[in-house]
Design a protein around this ligand. Structure first.
Ligand code: NAI
Length: 337
């Protein structure tokens, strides 16, 4: 940990519940004692209205310079409209690894206590390449792109993480019985990489069965390695295992840059009411502190967060409490002392 260093971080509060949870999280991150200089930008519809660009050029430049960003959710129009800001940023900075640790928090009653699964999602390929076109009226083609390079590097990311952090098992999740070529390639790459890591057990499960297995017995899994779309869907399922989307953090990681953001979206159904749970973004912020090598600060925020959950007195509505976003943040601040 650096006593004096100021970290310049690009900040995208996002829209919907984004600004509320971001505000709560900034207070906690700053209270850890780490010095930040936030470069704040809007993105998506708001940026277009005010600056005429969905992603302002200055935002790209800021991430390029700082190499690290904290991001709230950004709404993506459904069935038309502008391209997802999230997908665009991940592509632009080649943030190929989406890392999502899923674990229970103390004091939270869930169907399965003690879940501890790491979801590793490929973040740049698959159906998310955005290659769709109408062949003739009434017929649309959507391309799913899987490459040797993309599959090998995400498999290597997962196995290297397992080796470094003592994780025991990786399951590749696929549908290669149907998508024989694309998912077949993904599996072949994962198998090949797995040979370099004999200490990590390697298995493969078909995606539909995996969803059932996760609900029935999540403890059989340690790390899941998935293509982009499967990873997106299974992450939300896993969030449900530990108490919901209000809790689960994420990191979009590439060779040069990293963007930290929660798994959840902009939650328009609860936006602007001070009821959203900031835990998911806070846990993403804690991942960011570790990425910045601010381990003491990360531990401090994590211990305080877990204390608030263990006490069960100031929890937000989504996890059975009555506290608002601000009140919850204040409880975490108080727990930090
Ligand atoms: P969502 O994740 O926003 O919400 C799903 C459900 O979970 C809602 O009932 C919501 O109230 C609840 N929820 C989510 N976060 C919560 C929190 N922090 N505290 C308490 N409850 C929470 O998913 P939805 O509704 O499918 O998507 C809304 C918008 O968000 C869409 O435009 C979508 O494209 C976008 N989105 C953006 C993401 C990003 O910026 N990384 C990721 C996922 C979706």
């Amino acid at each position: 940990m650096s006593e004096t260093k100021t970290h310049k971080v690009t900040l995208i509060p996002g829209d919907g519940i984004g600004p509320e949870v971001t505000q709560a999280v900034l207070r906690i991150l700053e209270a850890t004692g780490v010095k930040f200089e936030w470069e704040r930008f809007s993105a998506g519809a708001e940026a277009f209205e005010t600056q005429g660009e969905y992603i302002p050029a200055a935002l790209y430049e800021s991430i390029e310079r700082n190499k690290v960003a904290l991001k709230g959710p950004v709404t993506t129009p459904i069935g038309g409209g502008f391209k997802s800001i999230n997908v665009t940023l991940r592509k632009r900075f080649d943030l190929y690894a989406n890392f999502r640790p899923i674990r229970n928090l103390p004091g939270l009653e869930t169907h399965w206590p003690g879940v501890d699964i790491i979801v590793v999602r490929e973040n740049t390929e698959g159906e998310y390449v955005g290659l769709e076109h109408e062949v003739i009226p009434g017929v649309v083609e959507s391309l799913k792109v899987i490459t040797d390079k993309g599959s090998t590097r995400i498999a290597r990311f997962a196995f290297e993480y397992a080796r470094k952090h003592g994780r025991k098992k990786i399951h590749s999740i696929h549908k290669a019985n149907i998508m024989k070529m694309s998912d077949g390639l993904f599996l072949r790459c994962a198998r090949k990489v797995s040979e370099e890591f004999p200490e990590v057990q390697y298995g493969e499960h078909i995606i539909d069965n995996t969803c059932m297995q996760l609900v029935m017995n999540p403890f059989q899994y340690d790390m899941l390695l998935l293509e982009n779309l499967y990873g997106d869907i299974v992450s939300d399922l896993c969030a449900g295992l530990v108490g919901g989307l209000g809790l689960v953090p994420g990191a979009n990681l590439g060779a040069d840059c990293a963007i930290f953001e929660a798994v959840h979206g902009s939650a328009p159904d609860i936006a602007g009411k001070d009821v959203a749970n900031p835990t998911a973004l806070l846990q993403s912020g804690i991942l960011m502190l570790r990425h910045l090598d601010e381990m003491t600060a990360a531990d401090r925020a994590e211990v305080a967060l877990e204390k608030v959950y263990a006490e069960r007195k100031t929890l937000t509505r989504d996890v059975g409490g009555t506290a608002g976003t601000t009140q919850f943040a204040e409880a975490v601040l108080a727990a930090m002392g």
